[in-house]
Design a protein around this ligand. Structure first.
Ligand SMILES: [Zn+2]
Length: 420
């Protein structure tokens, strides 16, 4: 047990100055702002083994200590939350979702998704929600990061103007689509997306690219794109793409559930009978997606059938990329109609498992690796001192069985229990 303890302490001491600053700034802070979560099995999201009999100590929303209970001193007056027999994992990070309104952040959090990178289409209330969370120890919903409007310029000059526009909105990333929607629409040209990427980088912004085809993936990576926001789905990935992704550390967000959503409503899916789904599902969507005419239309839709085949390609590709060491950032493309926030992220984890990833690979893709991919790792992604205390308490260990991600006992954001 000594080996996993040592790095915990080393990190704690290196962050000690930071912790002291936090204490000093919280003048008159109440003792109740310190919480000790005890008796749990800790999966902290690093490569270390699970720690049984662990304590997580949280002050003002951030982790002060996380490790074996005998090594954590709980201050007098701290609130104690006993979690005997439970397993804690870092809150899930969705690298590709869409937040339509701030209440969506409660839905995501109810299913353990404590951070959502919203890749386009957010309105002013969602931007305001991002501002609110910046230094809030009282937060009790998912954190959100934004892309603003998805850029769709027609010329390089327009590209530069549009990038300047979203820079002015203070977005966290720039989002573009390079896709012809199965041959039905015009695709953004290389000349235009090169201008977007060049201008974004000049202004200090990263670029997330929606794509479908292998050839576009290669061209976008060569142009400097920073995040592949969907799986390559037209064909199997090859060594050339893998080498290009690894050379620049570009992450891939598989969004397997996006594909599922394009065909699954050709009949009423099993999960529509799951009380865990229905607890937070958009009731209007659940009703309309069961309309016979709508289901019939999906059954006969050519694109639905092509995306169904594309899902199998995507699953092969995520396995190949993960095994080759390409960083995978869990993402779903939830938010649009029929793509249910929160529950679909848990289904995404299971699909990654079906694709052949181990539970440990799946967990990493949804926590530490997603945080690194989205440049959030200083604050999020693992349960280590100095980071926000965003975590999920489970009734069973998800490393034993991926379905255990569903067995949520409680969700905490900044150490605050999420209402659910
Ligand atoms: Zn999207």
């Amino acid at each position: 047990m000594l080996a996993p303890r040592m790095p915990v302490y080393r990190r704690r001491s290196s962050l000690w100055g930071c912790t002291m600053l936090l204490v000093a700034s919280a003048v008159g802070a109440q003792a109740s702002s310190t919480r000790a979560f005890t008796g749990l099995t800790l999966i902290d999201g690093t490569d270390g083994p699970p720690v049984q009999g662990a304590t997580v100590l949280v002050r003002d929303g951030r982790i002060v200590a996380a490790g074996p209970s005998r090594g954590v001193t709980i201050p007098a007056g701290a609130e104690r939350i006993v979690l005997d027999g439970k397993t804690a994992i870092p809150g899930l990070i969705n690298a590709h979702g869409h937040v339509n309104e701030p209440t969506d952040l409660r839905t995501y959090a109810a299913y353990g998704v404590t951070t959502v990178f919203s890749l386009g289409g957010e309105g002013p209330p969602v931007f305001a929600a991002r501002r609110e969370q910046e230094s809030s120890p009282a937060l009790d919903r998912a954190r959100v990061f934004v892309a603003g409007p998805v850029l769709n310029p027609a010329t390089p000059a327009e590209a530069r103007t549009q990038v300047a526009g979203v820079k002015g909105q203070n977005v966290d990333i720039v989002k573009i689509r390079v896709d012809d929607n199965l041959g039905t629409t015009q695709k953004m040209t290389p000349e235009v997306y090169r201008a977007v990427i060049d201008e974004a980088h000049r202004l200090g912004l990263r670029v997330a690219a929606h794509l479908f085809y292998l050839a576009d993936a290669k061209s976008l990576i060569a142009a400097g794109a920073d995040l592949v926001a969907h799986s390559v789905r037209d064909t199997d990935v090859d060594d050339e793409l893998i080498a290009a992704l690894k050379a620049r550390g570009v992450c891939v967000s598989p969004t397997l559930m996006r594909e599922v959503s394009t065909f699954v409503y050709e009949s009423t899916p099993d999960f529509f009978a799951d009380p865990f789904f229905l607890a937070h599902a958009n009731k209007e969507w659940v009703r309309t997606l069961q309309e016979p005419a709508r289901q019939q239309a999906m059954r006969t839709s050519t694109s639905a059938q092509r995306y169904k085949a594309a899902l199998e390609v995507a699953k092969r590709n995520v396995k190949r990329l993960a095994d080759a060491g390409v960083p995978i950032a869990m993402g779903t493309d939830t938010g649009p109609t029929g793509r249910f926030q929160g529950y679909f992220e848990l289904m995404e984890l299971e699909l990654m498992g079906q694709a052949g990833l181990t539970p440990r690979q799946v967990l990493a893709s949804a926590t530490r690796d997603a945080a690194r991919c989205m440049k959030l790792e200083r604050e999020l992604g693992t349960l280590e001192p100095g980071k926000w205390a965003d975590f999920v308490v489970l009734d069973a260990n998800p490393l034993d069985d991926i379905r255990n991600f569903r067995r949520i006992s409680a969700v905490y954001v900044a150490g605050n229990r999420v209402p659910r």
